[in-house]
Design a protein around this ligand. Sequence first.
Ligand SMILES: Cc1ncc(COP(=O)(O)O)c(C=O)c1O
Length: 389
Amino acid sequence: MDIRSLSGNIANRIAEFETPFFLFDLDKIVSNINHLNASLNPAQIFFALKSNSLIPVLETISRHGCGFEANNVPELEKVIAAGSHPSNIINSSPIVAASDVRKMYKSGVDCFTFDSKEQVQNIKFNAPGAKTVMRLSSTNEGSRFNLSKNLGIDPTASADLLHYAKANGLRIHGITFHVGSQCHTPFNWCAGIDQCAELFRQFPELEMINIGGGFPVRYNGSIPDVTYISQVINDSINKNFEKRPTLYIEPGRFIVGDCAIACASVINVHHQKSISRAAVDLSVFGGLIEIIEVGDGFQYPIETAGNGEKQLYRIIGATCAGTDVIVENIQLPRLKVALRNPKNSSRIYLLNTGAYSLEYVMTAGTNGFNGLTIPRVHYIKDGEIVEEK
Ligand SMILES: Cc1ncc(COP(=O)(O)O)c(C=O)c1O
């Protein structure tokens, strides 16, 4: 999503909105769901709501046929608030607390994941009769976020753990793995699928593979196309399985990542010969935490409405933290602060900020760290702006 592709009507409206704000395009979410369904043909998409749990976002996703991947009671409650039913939820985190497993199961969640003997016991006692899935640790090479360091059973111990789960009376349903979030290496899915196939040969009762999320979004580097990734995955499934297993996926980032822009106003500029400093009323602690989570080299694409001669800027957030750097250096048309009428100050737009952004600040009320303003949220639905009051 970029500002230049917005209709004139919408661009004019958002130019009037108070900053900071996020604008989510719900229509784009629908097209991402359709794209993934068409290219990969999974039996079911379960949206990982840890990436974004705004209720209008969840409602849109639910209305378009997706279930949800949820890991605790607050996430369960959000799914219900969005009009979906607990039976549309799967749990894929193998570290859910006993009380949450019990409450989720009682409310109708019927699919839980384990990667340890302890979680086998937890499910046995608190969700007896539920379908179960074993999570494997698989390669996360080339993914920006490694999700296999903490979670997933080592493949060499996986058959023993499945035997243990069976011996304890669990209903074995499937195998899952996660290739790492923002995965640039389609081969990661093949490696995980190979490991699943090996277990399917040993345990004929297995029916489902859940190949997780990881489908990438365009930030400041090139990414493999989802159509290509889907082809690689389907080829790997065809090669490994005589009969296609039930295929689940649980994307977060791909569904919502490129559906939002964040808008901030410049509140201070210090022009200098070499690199100038511009501070904005947004912050890495106000919805952009992934900038520091992934370390050097990551940035959201940035646009401004202005034009004219470009200058080199370091853009920082509105806090005193030395880590609050939104971009180390970027060429932008000269930025200005309008002290008499701050509404006329330059604005910057950060693109593709829909995943793992506001999720980190939504519980903070109206102000966060260092008195930060928590951004407002507006939506585009059916081509029209829906404004948060
Ligand atoms: C279990 C599980 N499934 C799915 C996802 C979504 O991954 P992504 O946002 O990379 O698609 C995550 C992300 O952390 C996860 O932990």
